[in-house]
Write a protein that binds this ligand. Sequence first.
Ligand SMILES: *Cc1c(COP(=O)(O)O)cnc(C)c1O
Length: 406
Amino acid sequence: MPPSTADVRLEIPPTAGLPIRLRDLFPPWQGDFPERAAAFLGVPGVGIECSGTACLVVILETLRRSSGRRTVVVPAYTCPLVIFAVAACGLRLRLCDVVRDGFELDPEALARACDQDTLAVIPTHLGGRVAAIGPVAAVARQVGAFVVEDAAQAFGARQDGRSVGLAGDAGFFSLAAGKGLSLYEGGIWVAGDPELRREIVRVSGEIVPARPLFEAWRCLQLLGLAALYRPRLLRYAYGMPLRHALGREDPVAAAGDLFSSDIPLHRVSGWRRSVGSRALARLPGFQAALTARAAARLPRLARLQGVKVFADGPGGEGTWPVLMLTTASAAQRDAALRELWGSGRGVARMFAHALPDYDYLHPWLEPRSCPNARDFAARSFTISNSPWLDDSRFEAIVAALERHTQ
Ligand SMILES: *Cc1c(COP(=O)(O)O)cnc(C)c1O
């Protein structure tokens, strides 16, 4: 039965995840997930790890072993897990500010942040948007650093017909809940150079243990995700904890940004790979529908006074798990989110803060000025592009934004 608009109990997820179907969970098992993922991306081979963060760990550990350099440069507005991946490899972190009114690394700030100790730079394709890697890679190459593309939220995004993650040296995608295709937790990494690919596979084999009990727990969690990722049940799994966090004025918990610094590493079982393989067959059609809906809705949002909507530059074909926006002022954004975040309509913050503004991250960060990242954190928000966000709910969001941006 299609969800009815009058049903106020529906909870729209903050991102457009691909729902798992019951038959994905049953035989015949598909043993070809890496091959199918590689074909989907148009690359000769991929690696599968237990999370996007685990992918970043195996990539960074491989690079660390090839070099005496020890510093990794990360945008000051990104997922806190990136920090913990850097720390897990015993590497030093350096934050770099983003461009004004955006999430991409600022090439000028990057040039100042890089030096002879810079091992790698990690630009992000945030919210499915295709970031310009060229200017970042030029700065990195100048100092002899690697480029690792964080495409955690951009599985399927392309630039000039080629998957993101290949413009630099390596890249990774997340298969966590809510990031499009999901195994509950999981990740896929790519690397253009076959030599580097072999090295990452070797390092992964060396540092990632099997841990079958941990994997069994993930299998149960994947069953839970398959059962609960429905608009009538997400209220319990997502909406109620969200409203509880908002009630205690805890934006970090509300945005789901509280992570442990302890990054689990273990092998992904054949069963979870099989679920991914079955679901992947539906991903192209699902993503095409997301692209069409985004194209229809973005112009409506772009007409709002002072609102910027994020799209891709020439040749960029990103994915559309969310629509990403900024308002003219932080006060407008906060007023809009007071009404909409927690309303069950899939409006949220991407991340609660710029990285230096999470208290729990202070032990891992050196102080560094990042005014643009702070400004972006204060003025940006996301609207879910879930198929369950129907036109009338979307119009209610637009009407609220209209009131708060006048
Ligand atoms: C989710 C995310 C990660 C980490 O991926 P996991 O699969 O959750 O470990 C890294 N970077 C960004 C930008 C993310 O959104």
